[in-house]
Design a protein around this ligand. Structure first.
Ligand code: ADP
Ligand code: ZN
Ligand code: ZN
Length: 818
């Protein structure tokens, strides 16, 4: 009897591929194991076994596999089922899901580059002969291709050798070259080594007697060391001693104090005893926890709707504890950007070593480690905290999933396929595991709140901030009025300036929010109105003052700021609109004393930029932080009492059915950064349109008012949550061909589905990287089957691809596009 396996190849092929195997191989192989297989003329791919069977393929002769790569499955049946759902629901191939689900180190293929790992000392005796050959070759040249390795060891099947070398850390794969993620460093101080003896110390205090501030700092350090036994943070010393940064710095300069740094995550925990006890929940948190547990009994997904700083995290922590107590695994999902070391160390304080982090900034090897720990169900990875890709880890006994900040749009993967929504995919995963799942937010998505209202989800609420901290007081400022009366200074209203001044005078911190980076979005000629465009994309270039550059935010193209208009030659170029950089510049003249910093993609791109800025701000090394929406995510700053929104209008004017919902969420979240301790925080929102309904709802914290209004509009225009949408994007480098193709497809859809097909239309940026784009939107009302609609669309795509001049047009599906 012949034996075959079906495998998933990590490429966008609709069908699984069949290979032939021997009887003993068939007995050994199980779904979820990797095999090296030949594909095309000369390529070897890492493929995943999907099924073992005896049915030969009908239309081609099955090739033999190259080699078996695993002893045991690295992917489990839950995952295969989950991936299948993702592929079906989001209209992509299983191969695309496979490729994005596993760490790329699992996908060795013939094009992978192999590098020498200079960071370890290799013990040559531990290498087997074939391994040594590769190792030696890498001493002479820094990189090798897979086929080169193949000729060095004179063998076709070299993937096992490479896997062994990887395990022994002798080699690296090319993708590993990105920078290692370095977590935040916290500044600590101790007494200089010289002063550890008592006599020396006494002498020191003598000499310091004429510097009371300095001696106070030294004494406080002493006190702290006596009670705490643990390293003393600079920030703590400042607080207890009342000494300023300057005083501490001068002590460090004199080598009386010694400064050192410790990274806060990946700290080694000594064991269980070191963990902090869980916090006692207050009555509101307890109430919420009770409601959650009750809904879990009915096996429902639950939405926890708790205002900013209500202590949702502590509720999650209680649930996580229950879960791991029962021996199951827990997954804590966060949007990438909210996955801060602040939160990670908070969880590690409670659960120590049981917490694993799965993060795109960690290198491949670390991700493989987490994968293997989860696969082996090790205690080390009993709690996984991670961004959306953490959904794909090989959980075998999941007991709880938390989806924090569930409203976040970045949970939806945009590019490449699978274009899945991590929250929704998490709910499906929870169902597969029959496990509990909690969605949490201060500003739930319209979808989730709708599902809670219709009873599909359970619902729990916390309306009060923890510790009786008041909700921030939100004030709307009319920029029209201030402009008319000539009261503006730059982009600052009188009100906001006063607010900043008062805050700084009180020694507190300010956050300013401007949803655009760069100096001024565009440069415009005042003579002819021309503004420089990106040559690759249909979009104006953005002006960046710092480098005197014009940049494209879509493709990265940049050029020096021209001296004169490229269209008419006039030297009168002017900037229009404004970004974070300009706000920062203006602050320099308005508040020259204050230390101002900026947080946006440009300042955080570099080495650990994001963590550095957060830490410095946390430790009050700056007074004002200007930033884009990076600021909104889950940050807990103690000393911020004023949040200013520079211009709310840019958020309201997006041509998108979600613009209002997003604006409400964004503003409420930014506002939530204000006054997280006892004093009531202040928020000042500047707008040319302060009577806009959404701004009113933000200022009165009227989530339900916002929800009702938006729901009505969504119903009227047939958008989600009551209806579903699929966006189809067509992409091609030739303008005419794209137009024709998109029109053809849309017409076919209209014939099949009627009025609920919109477009084709150009998106706001109609060309990106020299590819033209056009969108068609399919709306699917409640009474129409989603599955049937998708198969109609797929059928149309088949006929579309049969037209030869359309075949090169790319068709991209985005189900539940947001
Ligand atoms: P949210 O996630 O809802 O914005 P957090 O969980 O960050 O709120 O809580 C806000 C602050 O209140 C945090 O500093 C947290 O440590 C504190 N806090 C919350 N609940 C408790 C509790 N039960 N006991 C002590 N402190 C708490
Ligand atoms: Zn001009
Ligand atoms: Zn561009």
């Amino acid at each position: 009897m012949p034996y075959f396996i079906n495998v998933i190849l990590p490429i966008p092929l609709e069908k699984l591929f069949t290979y032939s195997v021997s009887k003993s191989e068939a007995e050994f192989l199980k779904p979820g194991m990797r095999v090296g297989v030949p594909f095309g003329k000369s390529k070897i791919y890492t493929a995943l076994v999907h099924a073992v069977h005896n049915t030969p393929p009908e239309v081609y002769e099955a090739k033999e596999i190259h080699r078996i790569l695993d002893e045991h499955p690295i992917v489990n049946p839950y995952q295969l089922e989950h991936w299948q759902w993702i592929a079906d629901y989001y209209m992509c191939s299983l191969g695309e899901v496979f490729r994005s689900a596993v760490p790329s180190a699992f996908l060795l293929e013939s094009e992978t580059l192999i590098l020498r790992n200079d960071r370890v000392v290799v013990n040559e005796k531990e290498l087997e002969d074939d391994e040594f050959l590769v190792y030696e070759a890498l001493q002479h040249q820094s990189t090798l291709k897979v086929h080169e390795v193949s000729s060095i060891v004179d063998r076709k099947n070299i993937l096992p050798i490479l896997n062994r070398l990887l395990e022994k850390k002798v080699i690296l794969l090319k993708e590993e070259m990105y920078e290692q993620y370095r977590p935040k460093l916290v500044r600590y101080v101790k007494l200089g080594a010289e002063y550890l003896y008592e006599e020396k110390l006494e002498a020191l205090l003598e000499t310091l007697s004429r510097a009371p501030k300095q001696s106070q700092v030294v004494l406080s350090l002493f006190q702290l060391q006596a009670v705490k036994k643990k390293p003393i943070k600079v920030a703590d010393l400042e607080e207890t001693s009342g000494g300023s940064k300057a005083v501490i710095k001068s002590l460090v300069d004199k080598e009386i104090l010694e400064e050192y740094f410790i990274r806060t995550d990946r700290v080694n925990y000594g064991g269980e005893e070191e963990n902090f006890a869980l916090k006692e929940l207050n009555e509101y948190q307890q109430e919420a926890l009770k409601d959650i547990s009750q809904s879990f009994e009915d096996k429902k997904t639950v939405l926890l709707h708790g205002v900013t700083s209500s202590g949702k995290t502590e509720v999650y922590v209680k649930l996580i504890e229950e879960c791991i107590h029962s021996g199951k695994q827990a997954l804590y999902l966060l949007p990438e950007i909210a996955l801060t070391t602040q939160l990670i160390s908070r969880l590690q304080d409670y659960f120590g070593e049981k917490v694993s982090v799965y993060h795109s900034k960690y290198n491949i090897q670390e991700r493989v480690e987490v994968w293997n720990n989860v696969l082996a169900k090790r205690l080390k990875a009993q709690i996984v905290i991670g961004a959306r890709s953490a959904l794909f880890l090989p959980y075998s006994e999941l007991g709880l999933i938390i989806v924090d900040e569930e409203h976040e749009g970045s949970y939806k993967q945009f590019d490449p396929a699978p274009r899945y929504h991590a929250r929704d995919a998490a709910i499906v995963l929870a169902n597969l595991h029959q496990c509990q799942i909690l969605l949490g937010s201060a500003t739930p998505s319209i979808e989730s709140f709708y599902n809670a209202q219709t009873g599909k989800y359970g619902y729990a609420q916390i309306k009060h901030r923890y510790g009786n901290v008041l909700m921030p007081n939100i004030e709307l400022v009319d920029l029209k009025e201030d402009n008319r009366k000539k009261r503006m200074k730059g982009h600052f209203s009188e009100r906001l300036l006063e607010g900043i001044k008062e805050t700084l005078d009180a020694g507190e911190q300010v956050i300013l929010f401007q949803n655009r980076r760069g100096y001024a979005p565009i440069v415009e000629c005042t003579t002819c109105g021309h503004s420089p465009q990106c040559p690759n994309c249909d979009v104006s270039l953005t002006f960046h003052q710092y480098k005197k550059q014009l940049r494209c935010h879509y493709c990265g193209y940049h050029m020096a700021l021209p001296e004169s208009c490229q269209a008419c030659g006039s030297p009168s170029l002017d900037t229009k609109g404004f970004g974070t950089e300009q706000v920062e510049k203006e602050l320099e003249t308005l508040f020259p004393e204050a230390k101002t910093w900026r947080m946006d993609l440009d300042t955080t791109r570099g080495k650990h930029g994001y963590e550095k800025i957060i830490t410095a701000f946390e430790q009050h090394e700056m007074d004002i932080l200007v930033g884009t929406q990076m600021l909104t995510k889950g940050l807990d700053f103690r000393n911020v009492s004023l949040v200013g929104i520079m211009n709310a209008d840019s958020l309201l004017n997006f041509p998108d059915y979600r613009a209002h919902e997003r604006c409400f969420q964004l503003l409420t979240q930014v506002a939530g950064r204000a006054g997280r301790t006892k004093k009531q925080g202040r928020v000042i929102i500047q707008s040319y349109n302060p009577y806009h309904q959404i701004l009113k709802q933000v200022s009165t914290n009227d989530y339900e008012g916002m929800f009702k209004e938006q729901l009505n509009e969504r119903e009227q225009y047939r958008y989600p949550p009551q209806n579903r949408i699929i966006r189809i994007t067509f992409k091609h480098k030739e303008y005419n061909r794209l137009n024709e193709a998109a029109e053809w497809f849309a017409q076919a859809l209209r014939n099949a589905l009627g009025v609920n097909v919109l477009g084709p239309e150009y998106p706001p940026v109609a060309r990106i990287r020299n590819q033209f784009l056009k969108n068609v939107m399919v709306k699917i009302p409640q009474n129409q089957s989603l599955t049937k609609t998708k198969s109609i669309i797929k059928r149309i795509e088949k006929s579309f691809n049969a037209v030869s001049q359309y075949r090169s047009v790319r068709v991209i599906y985005n189900v539940d596009h947001i």
